[in-house]
Design a binder for this molecule. Structure first.
Ligand SMILES: Cc1ncc(COP(=O)(O)O)c(C=O)c1O
Length: 360
C-alpha cells in the first residue's frame, strides 16, 4: 500500500508554466510578480499592504522592528506555538511572556490579561492549526490595555472570525508559504500584512538593508527579499486558496464523522470561526502507541509540538513559570494527514486504521 504523507503540496502544469514564464522574464528579485502578489494578498486579506519576505519568521522580525520593539519590552505570546513565533520576539530583543492555551489550544485571553504588566507592549496571538484565537476577546484586551496586536497567521491563511479574514484584526499580521501551509510555496516564504502606512514603509526598508535610496541606508536591516519564481507560483495558488481551504474542511468533516465515538478528542471549531485545518490534531493519552500503529500501516503522523516553547533550552534565561494546560496537552496531541491534496480514500484509510487501533 502507498504511504500516506502528512501533507501533499500541489504540483501541476499551470504552476509550472507560471514558474517557467518567471524564469524567462530574467527578473528574479522583487519584480512585477512580487508586486502583483503583494497587491493580491492585501486584497484577499482585506488590508492595504503586503510585504513579501523570505519566511514568516523574517516577517515577524521585520514587523516587531517596525513596531519599534526594544529591549525590556514584554510581549504576550502563547507558549503552544511553533518556535519561530517566540524566536522572532527574542531576536527583536524583547521579552516573551508565555500565555497558557485555552480549550481550543490557542492563547487564553484570561491568562494573557493576568500576565500583562506595565512593560507589556503587545500581543502576538497565533491562529494555531488553522483555527482563529478568540479574536473578540483578544481585540478587547488589546484595546483596554493599549497594546498592539500582531496576528501570527502562519497556519491560518484564509481562516475567518465572524466572517472577517484573519490578518485584518491587528496592527499587522504575518503569513507563511512553507510548502505544507494552506497557501503553499515551493520553498520558504512569508509576508507581512498591514493597513498601517508607517509599518509597511519600515518593513520594506528593513527587508532591503535599511535602504531608502539606491546607495543610502538609513538603518541596519538585512536581506530578507523575495523572488519572482516563488511569487509566480503563489499567484496561481492564491486564486485557489478558498477552494483548497474548502477541501481541507471537507476532509476534516470526513475525519470527524469517521472517528466519532472513539475515546479520542477531535478538533473543535469555535462558534465564530471558519477553521481552515492547516493541521488535523487529535488527542489521546495513548498517543505513542497510536502513532506507532499508524506508522506500521504507512501512515505518517506528527506532533505539533512535543516541547512547549517556554520549555525550550534557548528560553531558559527567561525562567518561565509552568503552564498547566499547555504542558498537559503536548503529551497527548497527534497530527493526522491533512492537506488539500489528500484523496478521500487516503483519509478513509487513516480513519479505518485509527478505528482498528481503538477497537482492538
Ligand atoms: C505559527 C507559526 N509561526 C511562524 C512560523 C514560521 O514560519 P516560516 O517557516 O515561514 O518561517 C511557523 C512555521 O511553522 C508557524 O507554524
Amino acid at each position: 500500500m502507498m504511504p500516506i504523507p502528512l501533507s501533499r503540496p500541489p504540483v501541476d502544469d499551470e504552476i509550472k508554466q507560471a514558474v517557467l514564464a518567471a524564469i524567462d522574464s530574467r527578473q528574479y528579485v522583487l519584480g512585477p510578480q512580487c508586486r502583483q502578489l503583494e497587491a493580491e494578498l492585501a486584497a484577499a486579506t482585506g488590508v492595504k499592504h503586503a510585504v513579501l519576505t523570505s519566511s514568516a519568521t523574517a516577517a515577524l522580525w521585520l514587523t516587531l522592528r517596525a513596531l519599534g520593539v526594544k529591549a525590556g519590552d514584554e510581549i504576550l505570546v502563547p507558549s503552544h506555538t511553533a518556535f519561530p513565533t517566540v524566536e522572532a520576539i527574542c531576536l527583536a530583543e524583547a521579552t516573551p511572556v508565555f500565555v497558557d492555551a485555552d480549550e481550543f489550544y490557542t492563547l487564553d485571553p484570561a491568562d494573557a490579561e493576568a500576565k500583562a504588566t506595565p512593560r507589556t507592549v503587545g500581543i502576538v496571538p497565533v491562529h494555531l492549526y488553522g483555527q482563529p484565537v478568540d479574536l473578540t476577546a483578544v481585540q478587547d484586551l488589546a484595546s483596554r490595555l493599549g497594546l498592539w496586536l500582531l496576528e501570527d497567521c502562519a497556519q491560518a491563511q484564509g481562516a475567518e472570525w465572524n466572517g472577517q479574514r484573519v490578518g485584518s484584526f491587528g496592527r499587522a499580521a504575518v503569513f507563511s508559504f512553507y510548502p505544507s501551509k494552506n497557501l503553499p510555496g515551493m520553498g520558504d516564504g512569508g509576508a507581512v500584512l498591514t493597513s498601517d502606512d508607517e509599518v509597511v514603509a519600515r518593513c520594506r526598508r528593513l527587508r532591503d538593508h535599511g535602504r531608502v535610496d539606491r546607495n543610502v541606508h538609513a538603518e541596519i536591516g538585512f536581506n530578507l527579499r523575495f523572488n519572482e519564481l516563488q511569487a509566480a507560483a503563489l499567484r496561481v495558488l492564491l486564486r485557489r486558496l478558498d477552494a483548497m481551504n474548502g477541501r481541507r474542511r471537507v476532509l476534516a468533516e470526513r475525519y470527524a464523522r469517521g472517528l466519532a465515538g472513539l475515546s479520542l478528542v477531535l478538533p473543535g471549531e469555535r462558534a465564530l470561526a471558519r477553521h481552515v485545518y492547516h493541521l488535523f490534531v487529535v488527542r489521546t493519552p495513548r498517543r505513542a502507541a497510536l502513532a506507532a500503529f499508524l506508522k506500521e500501516r504507512g501512515i505518517q503522523t506528527g506532533i505539533h509540538y512535543p516541547i512547549p516553547t517556554h520549555r525550550q533550552p534557548a528560553i531558559e534565561r527567561f525562567s518561565p513559570s509552568p503552564l498547566a494546560r499547555t504542558e498537559r496537552l503536548v503529551e497527548e496531541i497527534l497530527t493526522l494527514p491533512m492537506s488539500a491534496g489528500h484523496e478521500d480514500a487516503e483519509i478513509d484509510r487513516v480513519i479505518a486504521a485509527v478505528r482498528e487501533f481503538f477497537e482492538a
